[in-house]
Design a protein around this ligand. Structure first.
Ligand code: ADP
Ligand code: MG
Length: 389
């Protein structure tokens, strides 16, 4: 078994840059998830790791071994795809045995290993059937057993659960996570489903347009999204984003509804350095509370109720502010009516601030050198010199 390391990996197809300068470390035994929307380069990245594609540039290592120029069969990876790709005319037994037959493993050893893999996945009873006689969940287990039977160094999975119905998906995902940690196998799991990535992975690598946006634990990408893309991709519902004006001294924000909020000094000093007179304020629906009057110790945003969705355990309230929709999560007994004017009060410690030009979370921007900050303070901004009309 081995960890996987990518160094400056690119994959270009003609004019399409599918993977752009990706560097990523997956530790030995770690469960990593590559998460991104359709077309973001996830499958291409997985194929590069598998050896199906060769990078246009960059190196790939399994442990200390440089595998960049090795074909798939010399990398010993287990691959599982969305569509299972089972051989329809072979029994389940022969499907699982296939990678071992290719290696000319003796028959009695094949039998032993197939039984072991089948047992691990709870499909010992299905070995004589054909794939067509199995449910989707059973087929996916066969595909997993086939990937595991050759004891791969790295298990690569490309949206393996997306053809299953919702309940089965949730059940198999916890089984898969358990299996991976019991076997201690390095796994890289591609998905467009953020809840799957958060639920299963030790490490989440978020991709958009071929570029790695952030790599972190599920908690990090959820609580401290590096940029607007990550904030708006992760979470259900994802983070809300509204543009708010900076106050004249550029250390506070002016909220829809007229309230002002002054964030702590570490944020305020970065607001003061923004090249714009506004900032993107982000917050998760679950980090805000709804009230009729603004809550003083929160960040109160005035908004109009648009719809209420009853989810049983909670209600999701959608509100309109400056023509945009924001969402908040409230207890089931809170049930405002469309048209009500209310305040969405953001928990200040959970508020996110993004540079409107780079869309980067201000927490990830280094504070400017004191000299620079002083120079800025000494030079009054043009808006201030001219005053408001
Ligand atoms: N073999 C290929 N030839 C040309 N373009 C490709 C090829 N494979 C993928 N692409 C392009 O690369 C981008 C990333 O694709 P892919 O890795 O399949 O994304 P994802 O798996 O995240 O949906 C897309 O724009 C896709 O059209
Ligand atoms: Mg794909």
């Amino acid at each position: 078994m081995a960890g996987v390391r990518l160094e400056g990996v690119w994959k270009v197809f003609g004019k399409v840059v599918a993977v752009r300068d990706v560097s990523l470390v997956v530790e030995d035994g770690e469960f990593a998830s590559i998460l991104g929307p359709s077309g973001s380069g996830k499958t291409t990245l997985l194929y590069l790791i598998a050896g199906i594609y060769k990078p246009t540039q960059g190196r790939i290592y399994f442990g200390e071994r440089d595998v960049t120029d090795l074909p798939p069969n010399q990398r010993n990876v287990g691959l599982v795809f969305q569509n299972y790709a089972l051989y329809p005319h072979m029994t389940v037994f022969e499907n699982i045995a296939f990678p071992l037959r290719l290696r000319r493993v003796p028959g009695d050893v094949v039998r032993e290993k197939v039984l072991e893999a089948a047992k691990l996945l709870g499909i010992e009873g299905l070995l004589d059937r054909l794939p067509g006689q199995l449910s989707g969940g059973q087929q996916q287990r066969v595909a997993l057993a086939r990937a595991l039977v050759k004891e791969p160094e790295v298990l690569l999975l490309d949206e393996p659960l997306s053809n299953l119905d919702a309940l089965l998906r949730i059940r198999i995902r916890s089984e898969l996570k358990r299996l991976q940690s019991e076997l201690g196998i390095t796994a890289i799991y591609v998905t467009h489903d953020q809840s799957e990535a958060l639920a299963m992975a030790d490490k989440v690598a978020v991709m958009s347009e071929g570029v790695l946006q952030q790599v972190g634990t599920p908690r990090e990408v959820y609580e401290k999204p590096r940029n607007v893309f990550v904030a708006s991709f992760i979470g259900s519902p994802p983070a809300n984003l509204i543009t708010v004006k900076l106050s004249r001294d550029r250390r506070c924000i002016e909220l829809p509804g007229g309230e002002t909020h002054c964030p702590p000094p570490n944020i305020a000093s970065k607001l003061a350095q923004l090249p714009t007179d506004h900032v993107i304020l982000g917050f998760r629906p679950e980090n805000s509370v709804l009230s009729e009057e603004p809550l003083g110790d929160h960040i109160p945003v005035k908004a109009e109720v648009y719809t209420v969705e009853l989810l049983g355990r909670e209600n999701v309230v959608t509100l309109t502010v400056d023509g945009h929709h924001i969402k908040t999560v409230v207890p089931p007994m809170v049930n405002p009516s469309p048209g009500d004017e209310m305040y969405v009060n953001i928990e200040p410690s959970k508020a996110l601030y993004f540079d409107p030009e780079t869309e980067i979370n201000l927490e990830y921007i280094e504070a400017a050198a004191p000299a620079e900050a002083l120079r800025r303070e000494a030079q009054p901004r043009r808006e201030e010199a001219e005053g408001e009309p």
